[in-house]
Design a protein around this ligand. Structure first.
Ligand code: ADQ
Length: 757
């Protein structure tokens, strides 16, 4: 429709110009043909006069009528010759044919014949008047008057005009047709060029087959888009460090205050029944630690499994409760699961299948058909909850983790215009390892319903893209890190997660490092001069707790001087205890702890203190501040937040971080002592190194670690992801406008972030 309007804008003036040209040309042609006719008739008259000269001279010399008239009558056989007369000195012609008009006088005929258009009107049509002198004997002259019928000339001129108009009309139509076809083709070229630009192709590399005539348009559009994106980036860069205010500003500008919905299995607040009534608990979860501050900043809706014994008691009739309790910053929508559903979807498929599948920690994944069915059904239930909670057709939905691999595609089906950001908090294995999953294609297709799919590290992204490459018929653009499947495109990118950096007010309330140390020594009844190392984890086999204990044992073996002086405090929050694998693991850790404590312990001293309970944030902070070293020895970890929490707790710039090279965090926190947890000797040496590290070196390392975590905090993680979502949404809006409106350049040419918004 718009193309037609555009073409009419061009065609109407073209047709008007052609009509004007036809009008002018026919007039000109008329004049020209008349002039040619007159010249022909004069010439013809001269010829006739020439052939008749002798007969006229003879006829007049004989002085008797008859012969001359006979000559004239013969000449009149030429149908175009209408009448003939001879003019002498008298006003009336001296001889004339019967057809010659009686009213015409010689003087008048002379005048007419001398005009450029020597025509007179007569009943039968116009007549051409020609006067030709015939010399007579004795120097006298007579004029031969020839009246020729020129009505045929007018007929011809009319015919010529008709043909001319028909020709110009046909020409106009051919030109119009060519214009329409070329315009259509060019239009398609423009639109696909614009689309390519909006996909980002034109910005990073030139669009392959741009026609030369479209170059200026493409160049302009490309420049406008680049300006637009630069503007966005600049606006972000100028705002300094990432904090809740900046995240809120980003949501209000780039996402125009669009609704943000988070979906995760674990809820951020659990209401439990207790002897004192209902109590609220915070789960030990890296995901909750990271996403909660984002949610508080954007006041959205968090959809999660209501797992607490008092959860149903506190929700409204829509299963919602405002959290954090008392602060009322966002809505928590609870989804209910039966024990069988939880068994199949959560313990079964997610934690016995996906978790070991993605972590290379030498525990075999277990895949059961019934678990898979539950997993799919529960993903559908959460998709329904998202659709119910969505206030508009295009919310921003943040899907969290491996419990919801199928959810992105299910959301896309219900809300095709939603922006789905999926974040995979655990590692992604190589294609061979992932290939053992019986439902690998379903899982990949489900995940590719995401607009953006985030992992912690570029290595996990690479593994995912390679897996898709092996298992699906999808188009992969390695240059842009995008995967297209069924017409939808997913950007696969690394967004390293982090923690909320503690604010000045919170830090001001922290007890001093000395006080923390005294408190921990007192509470755990440790030797007064104890050197303390801590480990804080969920009680999970991927965290390398066993390997850590073996390293402690080896340290005490190798360096007995630490016996009685070195204590390892391990906090381990029970997790997934319903699973046999986890129960066995926890029991094994208990046994190893006892063995080591028996081997190296003595009265009033135990080298390992295992605290297998959930700890509140303040208690963990106290422990981190009291410690000489923090030990993170994950066998495989997406990121690991404990190491970042330890760094954040150490505003005294002391303490040493020992970090597994298999944790995603190792890529960022290079000033830690990086170890291979499978190498017991190396970890034992790192422990010793940490305990004897001079304060100056500790400070140097810690200052650098703190700078890194402070800058790369959780708001940067969320901000980068949401800013990318904002850019894609903006691009999508421009693309929609390009298709909706005739003016390809309309919204883009306006330039500048604010105007487009
Ligand atoms: P998790 O495997 O849960 O997270 P992690 O990143 O270490 O691992 O986070 C654990 C969180 O739970 C931390 O905030 C920690 O303080 C807390 N926690 C641990 N033990 C606790 C205890 N005993 N009491 C109270 N709190 C405790 C998953 C991935 C990680 C990834 C995160 C975030 O496995 O690789 O870093 O998600 O994406």
């Amino acid at each position: 429709m718009n193309t037609l309007r555009l073409q009419l804008r061009f065609l109407v003036p073209l047709i008007l110009v052609l009509v004007g040209a036809a009008y002018l040309a026919s007039d000109l042609l008329d004049k020209l043909t008349t002039r040619w006719f007159m010249r022909d008739l004069n010439l013809r008259g001269s010829l006739i006069a020439g052939t008749m000269t002798d007969a006229i001279q003879d006829g007049l010399a004989e002085r008797r009528g008859g012969r001359l008239e006979a000559v004239f009558e013969r000449a009149l056989k030429d149908e175009r010759l209408f009448a003939i007369a001879l003019c002498g000195a008298d006003p009336t012609p001296m001889r004339r044919t019967a057809t010659f008009p009686r009213t015409l006088m010689c003087e008048e005929l002379l005048k007419v014949s001398q005009q450029p258009d020597p025509r007179i009107g007569w009943q039968g049509g116009p007549l051409h008047v020609g006067l030709h002198e015939i010399p007579l004997a004795g120097g006298e002259k007579v004029s031969l008057v020839l009246l020729q019928d020129v009505s045929y000339a007018e007929l011809r001129s009319r015919d010529t005009r008709r043909w001319l108009v028909a020709f110009i009309t046909a020409l106009g139509m051919v030109v119009a047709l060519i214009t329409v076809v070329v315009a259509q083709l060019s239009w398609r070229g423009w639109v696909s060029g614009a689309r390519a630009l909006l996909r980002g192709e034109g910005l990073l590399r030139p669009i392959g087959d741009t026609a030369p005539e479209l170059e200026p348009f493409v160049k302009e559009l490309r420049e406008n888009l680049r300006e637009l994106e630069d503007g966005l980036r600049l606006a972000q860069a100028q705002q300094g460090a990432w904090d809740p205010a900046r995240l809120r500003a980003l949501l209000q500008t780039q996402l125009r205050g669009d609704q943000v919905i988070v979906v995760s299995n674990r809820e951020p607040y659990i209401h439990e029944k207790s002897a004192d009534g209902v109590v609220v608990k915070r789960p030990a979860s890296g995901l909750v630690t990271a996403v909660e501050p984002v949610m508080r900043a954007c006041s959205g809706t968090w959809i999660a499994h209501g797992s607490g014994s008092a959860d149903r008691q506190v929700v409204d009739r829509h299963d919602r409760v405002r959290v954090p309790p008392g602060a009322d910053e966002y809505a928590l929508r609870r989804v209910w699961l039966t024990p069988e559903e939880e068994q199949g979807y959560y313990y079964g498929f997610a934690n016995e299948g996906m978790w070991p599948l993605c972590h290379v920690a030498h525990v075999r994944p277990v895949f059961r058909e019934s678990d898979w069915e539950q997993y799919r059904a529960i993903n559908e239930r959460f998709a329904d909850a998202v659709a119910q909670e969505a206030r508009g057709e295009d919310p921003v939905v943040l899907v969290q983790d491996y419990h919801f691999a199928l959810l992105p595609a299910m959301i896309r089906k219900r809300l095709p215009r939603a922006t789905v950001l999926t974040f995979w908090h655990i590692p992604w294995p190589n294609p061979e390892s992932f290939g053992i999953c019986p439902w690998r294609t379903e899982i990949l297709e489900g995940m590719l319903g995401s607009t953006i799919l985030g992992f912690h590290t570029p290595y996990h992204c690479k593994n995912f893209i390679e897996t898709v490459d092996r298992m699906l018929e999808a188009r992969i653009e390695h240059e842009h890190s995008t995967i297209s499947l069924g017409g939808a495109e997913t950007l696969v990118a690394a967004f390293p997660i982090s923690i909320e950096w503690p604010g000045d007010t919170a830090v001001a309330h922290w007890p001093s490092v000395q006080d923390c140390r005294q408190a921990v020594i007192r509470r755990l009844d440790l030797p007064a001069d104890a050197r303390i190392a801590v480990g804080v984890d969920r009680f999970d086999y991927t965290k390398g707790i066993l390997e850590r204990f073996h390293a402690v044992e080896r340290l005490l073996e190798k360096r007995p001087e630490w016996i009685g002086r070195f204590v390892f405090v391990q906090v381990a929050a029970p997790t997934r205890s319903a699973l046999e694998e986890y129960q066995a693991f926890q029991e094994r850790i208990q046994r190893v702890t006892e063995r080591i404590n028996t081997r190296f312990g003595r009265a009033g001293y135990q080298p390992i203190r295992l605290l297998a309970t959930h700890h509140e944030h303040e208690a963990l902070n106290e422990l981190f501040r009291a410690a000489d070293a923090c030990v993170v020895t994950s066998l495989h970890d997406g990121m690991n937040l404990v190491c970042k929490e330890f760094v954040a707790a150490r505003n005294d710039e002391r303490g040493v971080l020992i970090l597994s090279r298999f944790a995603g965090a190792a890529g960022e926190l290079r000033e830690a002592l990086i170890v291979n947890p499978y190498h017991v000797e190396e970890t034992a040496d790192a422990l010793h190194h940490a305990l004897v590290m001079p304060e100056a070196e500790q400070r140097e390392r810690m200052v650098s670690l703190r700078m890194s975590v402070r800058e790369h905090n959780v708001f940067l993680w969320a901000g980068r992801m949401l800013a990318d979502a904002g850019r894609l949404r903006l691009r999508e809006r421009i693309r929609a406008r390009v298709e909706r409106h005739g003016g390809v350049l309309g919204p883009v040419q306006q330039g500048g972030v604010r105007r487009v918004k």
